[in-house]
Design a protein around this ligand. Structure first.
Ligand SMILES: Nc1ncnc2c1ncn2[C@@H]1O[C@H](COP(=O)(O)OP(=O)(O)O)[C@@H](O)[C@H]1O
Ligand SMILES: CC(C)(COP(=O)(O)O)[C@@H](O)C(=O)NCCC(=O)O
Length: 330
């Protein structure tokens, strides 16, 4: 891949007058954004797209070329720049600190397609010369096991901030960022709807770590003495929020549930196995019920309010395709 030097037109970012309300984001429409990578080669073929696409997502080779290729180029520029910054600060301090992983957070609603985007970025970044080793960790591994959620009365709050072992997640990300040689993360199974006992992901000083999950941009929790601690996003070098209209995400969730009903739920080990025999009407009712009780309120109360904390917002249309990009100027 080689960089682009073309001039670009930004939309939605007129010179800011002192009396105007100030936005920290530049808004780029899809056409402008995609031109940022028009000289770069398409790194994927159709089989890559099919392998990386999550259930219900609409990834295509065009989407990869027009949306994710420019994004991977931008991230690669940031990785390079952060290495230079470390070099300069080493020189200033007269020290030699080792390079530590570049950490990227990917946030957004349940069913918005975060995991597909995170996988695409992982594969793309691996192909850039400065980041051959890219690891991906999803925060669902840091949910409390179901037994603990039941004990705390949180089974109907799965995905809400309090359903995660936030201290453990914070420790995990800070250890990786600090360059600890081997850091372990627990694993979650969507099939059993629970933490997988005795299985862990081992992260060994990658060039890049992608941390994907609902609440990765949540601000630090206030302490009882009024001060605030750290949050995982304090360790991010870059962050992306995947956005889409609420009604669209709700319908993607229901459609995915319908697909799972005739797929994964058929497996007797699936937590949702009892839903495999539902009629279409019953399945739609069940899925919308889960959305309206759990994922929808969580999106409104906890996830969406963190959107403005991201460095980049990808906004999808109801057809799943990204229509605009908001990029933080500062
Ligand atoms: N009940 C389920 N059974 C099997 N796989 C599931 C189930 N629920 C979600 N998944 C899969 O888990 C992954 C993560 O889903 P989710 O957390 O909703 O995030 P996103 O859709 O933003 O990637 C997706 O690939 C999805 O297809
Ligand atoms: C596991 C999840 C909380 C997502 O967690 P994440 O990977 O974003 O940390 C979510 O997929 C989920 O299971 N929500 C609970 C309601 C439901 O069954 O959809």
């Amino acid at each position: 891949m080689s960089p682009v030097t073309e001039p670009i037109n930004f939309v939605g970012s007129p010179p800011v007058e002192p009396q105007q309300s100030y936005s920290p984001f530049i808004e780029l429409d899809r056409a402008t954004w995609s031109r940022l990578a028009h000289e770069l080669e398409q790194p994927f073929d159709q089989s890559d797209v099919e392998r990386l696409r999550g259930l219900g997502d609409q990834l295509s080779l065009t989407e990869v070329a027009e949306v994710y290729l420019p994004l991977s180029r931008l991230l690669s520029i940031y990785v390079e720049a952060s290495a230079k910054l470390r070099e300069a600060s080493n020189k200033f301090l007269g020290e030699t600190t080792r390079r530590t992983p570049f950490v990227i957070g990917v946030a957004g609603s349940v069913a918005v397609g975060k995991s597909t985007i995170a996988r695409v970025l992982q594969e793309m970044l691996r192909r850039w010369p400065n980041t051959p080793r890219v690891e991906l960790v999803t925060t669902d591994g840091f949910l409390y096991p179901n037994a603990e959620l039941r004990r705390r009365g949180l089974m109907e709050r799965k995905g809400f901030p309090e359903s995660f072992d936030r201290r453990r997640l914070l420790r995990f990300v800070s250890d990786v960022k600090a360059g600890v040689p081997e850091v372990r993360a627990p694993m979650y199974s969507h099939l059993t709807y629970d933490i997988v006992p005795n299985q862990q992901i081992v992260v060994r000083r990658p060039d890049v770590l992608i941390v994907e999950g609902l609440n990765v941009l949540a601000p630090p929790r206030p302490r009882s003495d009024g001060t605030s601690g750290l949050s995982v996003s304090d360790f991010f070098d870059y962050s992306i929020y995947v956005d889409a209209p609420h009604e669209a995400v709700r319908s993607w969730y229901v459609k995915r549930f319908m697909k799972l009903r005739s797929g994964a739920f058929a497996n007797p080990d699936s937590y949702f196995h009892r839903y495999a025999a539902l009629t279409d009407t019953e399945a739609i009712k069940t899925a919308t019920g889960i959305w309206d009780r759990i994922n929808g309120p969580n999106l409104i109360q906890n996830v969406l309010p963190t959107r403005g904390r991201a460095k980049l917002v990808l906004t999808k249309n109801a057809d799943h395709y990204v229509r605009r990009v908001l990029m933080r100027k500062i």
